[in-house]
Design a binder for this molecule. Structure first.
Ligand code: NAD
Ligand code: DAU
Length: 352
């Protein structure tokens, strides 16, 4: 079996669902259920003996040691993190606590477990750390997309905390020999995405008749990857990645934010036209920019393609259409996540 952390979040939840759809290998799912964790995402696994959910913190060494001893996983896949840049600007403390201190504690628990394994199991064991392209900082328009060899230049409290966690993972390999793999992925989108992030926020605000907030001039570029393609990349790296290596994961889908939002508006105009006959484009609203906003991210995923033969299956056009349709079809999930705590965040971030 494998131990997944943060498996009630957006990517971790998709990963667990896909893992159990693709194989019969059991999953222990450790998640703190912060505001971003959602047990509803895992509802379809109720009664499935291959999935055990454990409510807890990656930084709780006693709990993690017990889980490792009891279940003896052959791998740990670490998704657990604070993940939203804007929240890291309002309050960086939780990011340092989970992403840095939490990862440190998790590495120590895993190291103790791994060191005591019999030789064959120790050789086969893997710790896969899921990270982000934001650790590389920002690109200008004519820079080459991020390669694994780019220097780390994080610009936000979030990306700095992820960069720190990547460095810890690297050091635990070089110093202690822990068999680690790190993936640095670009922006994901797809089902079960918490609506504080651009794409789900825009879909839900559009349907609710609310403004679609564009930070600054809307010309910042992100490289979008459908979440299920990210999950397949992680499975592939876990299976065949070289120990101690990092792999960049991206969709070759660079888009300016304004183009993304306009694309969503066009799909909604077609699938769920507004009752007043107007286009959703009329809800687009420019708001104050994010402080320190990175201008462009783009991933060169050549290493992953050449070494491990991975490539994404969705284009942005196919993936975003599926995503919009999923939100139209998943009102119960949406209603459950847009709770009081979510409304408090929206008021803090966007005012009225
Ligand atoms: P998310 O915020 O949706 O989910 C994070 C999950 O981790 C939640 O379920 C939360 O409850 C859990 N968690 C938080 N702190 C924890 C702790 N101390 N102990 C145990 N569980 C805890 O995040 P996401 O978008 O699914 O991202 C998952 C990982 O992928 C993160 O490490 C993130 O940095 C990375 N990543 C995200 C993206 C993206 O576009 N979303 C892109 C690249 C990398
Ligand atoms: O690049 C990978 C990263 O992608 C992950 O590591 C992060 O966990 C994930 O949150 C995401 O970070 P971003 O900051 O790029 O994603 P977000 O959806 O918050 O914003 C995408 C872009 O849209 C960004 O340029 C900011 C902009 N934006 C965002 C929001 C929420 C807006 O213009 N308006 C908004 O209301």
């Amino acid at each position: 079996m494998i131990l997944v952390t943060g498996g009630a979040g957006f990517i971790g939840g998709n990963f667990v669902l896909d893992w159990l759809a693709e194989s019969n290998e059991a999953v222990i799912n450790l998640d703190k259920l912060t505001y971003a964790g959602n047990a509803d995402t895992l509802k379809s696994l109720a009664g499935d003996a291959r999935h055990a959910f454990v409510h807890g913190d990656i930084g709780d060494r006693e709990l993690v040691a017990r889980l490792l001893e009891e279940h003896r996983p052959r791998a740990v896949v670490n998704f657990a993190a604070e993940s939203h840049v804007d929240r890291s600007i309002h309050g960086p403390g939780d990011f340092i606590q989970t992403n840095v201190v939490g990862t440190f504690n998790l590495l120590e628990s895993v190291r103790a477990y791994w060191s005591a394994l019999p030789e064959a199991e120790r050789a086969a064991f893997r710790f896969l750390h899921v990270s982000t392209d934001e650790v590389y900082g920002t690109l200008s328009a004519d820079d080459h997309p991020f390669r694994e060899t780019n220097a780390y230049e994080p610009n936000s409290p979030y990306s700095a905390s992820k960069a720190a966690s990547d460095h810890l993972v690297r050091a635990w390999h070089h110093t202690y020999g822990l068999p680690v793999l790190t993936t640095n992925c670009s922006n994901n989108y797809g089902p079960y995405h918490f609506p504080e992030k651009l794409i789900p926020l825009v879909i839900l605000n559009a349907l609710a008749g609310k403004p679609l907030p564009i930070y600054g001039d809307g010309q910042q570029i992100r490289d979008w990857l459908y979440v299920k393609d990210h999950c397949s990349a992680i499975r592939r790296v876990l299976q065949a990645g070289r120990l101690g290596e990092t792999y960049n994961v991206g969709g070759w889908n660079e888009k300016a934010n304004l183009d993304v939002v306009q694309h969503i508006c066009s799909i909604l105009d077609e699938l769920r036209p507004r009752e007043d006959g107007q286009s959703y484009f009329s809800q687009i609203t420019y708001v104050t920019d994010r402080p320190g906003h990175d201008r462009r991210y783009a991933i060169d995923a050549t290493k992953l393609a050449d070494e491990l033969g991975w490539k994404p299956t969705e284009t942005f056009e196919s993936g975003i259409r599926k995503t919009v349709q999923w939100y139209l079809d998943s009102q119960e999930w949406v209603q459950n996540v847009t709770s009081g705590a979510y409304r408090d965040w929206v008021n803090q971030q966007y005012g009225n």
